[in-house]
Design a protein around this ligand. Structure first.
Ligand code: ASP
Length: 331
């Protein structure tokens, strides 16, 4: 029988009513009690290194989760992490960079309605997550939610309330789980051996452009951070009504990294198309996210900046596809 470690971190799935609204209150053992059937699938142990609404999750927690999984890696056949849905896609992406080539499945799940409430989706999501974690052909980091299995680098929370909250962006779902059976669309295999990365540079930000945005806002963020992901419009570009280009150029000269992406939910960037992006593209000073999600580009930049290496090597790392995060480049 497989041995699975359940790692609790809080979120709605573990939440209970308080006088100030929902807050995590159930232990991982209490959550496990709602799916007694998983005991017939696998042996389960549980730990709870974090207990918080995922709004509070920060890069330090991703380092902690990586540390927990690397510490228990040899003892278990797979891992199920329960997590709040709000930042679940960020955590899945971060773990995809920090834990690479994992032949053992690391499955994240959560719920839109607390486990203890009538009509909760927690039971189904947990049961599916364990089913997926116990399967021989499951590897790497994934999110199992409402029957979808989504690659860790490709998830986004698309709905704030409905059960099928997560979508797989610019990439097919890895599998579907229906009636406890896995319909696998993509078969992954890792042969190089798992690699854990301990370092992330948390000093990375995201700037969503808005029409009429002031240049000093961009300057402020470029000063604050070592890396900035700019979510621009459409296929990508920066406004021409003020010297945004000069701000970016000065930041790059100061050793910072800037990634241009799009705030459009699907199909990614192609910044060479219009004059507003073409000049940046030709100058080669910014990186382009192409079909990567913002969640992936943001956490990958933290991982890249966590390396002690040259700018050229960092750029190479950013464009190196990791666990299906990037299909298209023109590099
Ligand atoms: N605010 C909650 C959280 O992300 C929402 C959820 O889990 O669905 O922790």
């Amino acid at each position: 029988m497989k041995k699975i470690l359940l790692i609790g971190t809080g979120g709605t799935i573990a939440s209970v009513p308080t006088e100030n609204g929902l807050a995590p209150g159930l232990s991982t053992d209490e959550i496990l009690k709602i799916v007694p059937e998983v005991r017939s699938l696998c042996e389960v142990d549980s730990i709870q290194p974090i207990s918080m609404d995922s709004t509070n999750i920060r890069p330090g927690h991703w380092i902690k989760l990586t540390d927990v999984i690397s510490g228990f890696y040899e003892q278990y056949d797979g891992f199920v992490i329960t997590h709040g849905t709000d930042t679940l896609a960020y955590t899945a992406a971060a773990l995809s960079y920090m834990i690479q080539n994992s032949e053992k499945p690391i499955v994240l799940t959560g719920a839109q309605i607390p486990a203890g409430e009538l009509g909760s989706d927690a039971g189904r999501n947990l049961a599916d997550a364990f089913t997926y974690a116990c399967d021989e052909n499951s590897h790497g980091i994934s999110i199992v939610f409402s029957g979808s299995v989504i690659c860790g680098t490709r998830a986004r929370k698309n709905y704030s309330k409905r059960f099928d909250a997560f979508g797989s962006i610019n990439f097919p779902e890895l599998a579907r789980i229906q009636g406890g059976k896995i319909l696998r669309f993509i078969k992954d295999g890792f042969t190089d051996g798992v690699k854990f990365y301990e370092n992330l540079n948390p000093n990375v930000g995201i700037l969503k452009l808005a029409p009429g945005m002031r240049r000093d806002v961009m300057r402020f963020l470029l000063n604050c951070y070592d890396g900035l992901v700019i979510e621009s419009f459409g296929v990508g570009g920066i406004p021409e009504y003020s010297d945004f280009y000069g701000e970016i150029e000065a930041a790059i000269e100061a050793g910072k990294m800037v990634v241009l992406t799009t705030q459009v939910p699907n199909e990614g960037s192609d910044i060479a198309v219009y004059q507003v992006g073409n000049i940046l593209k030709k100058s080669g000073i910014v990186l382009e996210a192409y079909d990567m999600t913002t969640e992936a580009a943001f956490t990958k930049l933290m991982w890249v900046l966590g390396h002690d290496c040259s700018v050229e090597e960092r750029r190479r790392l950013f464009y190196t596809p990791i666990y299906h995060d990037l299909l298209q480049t023109d590099m």
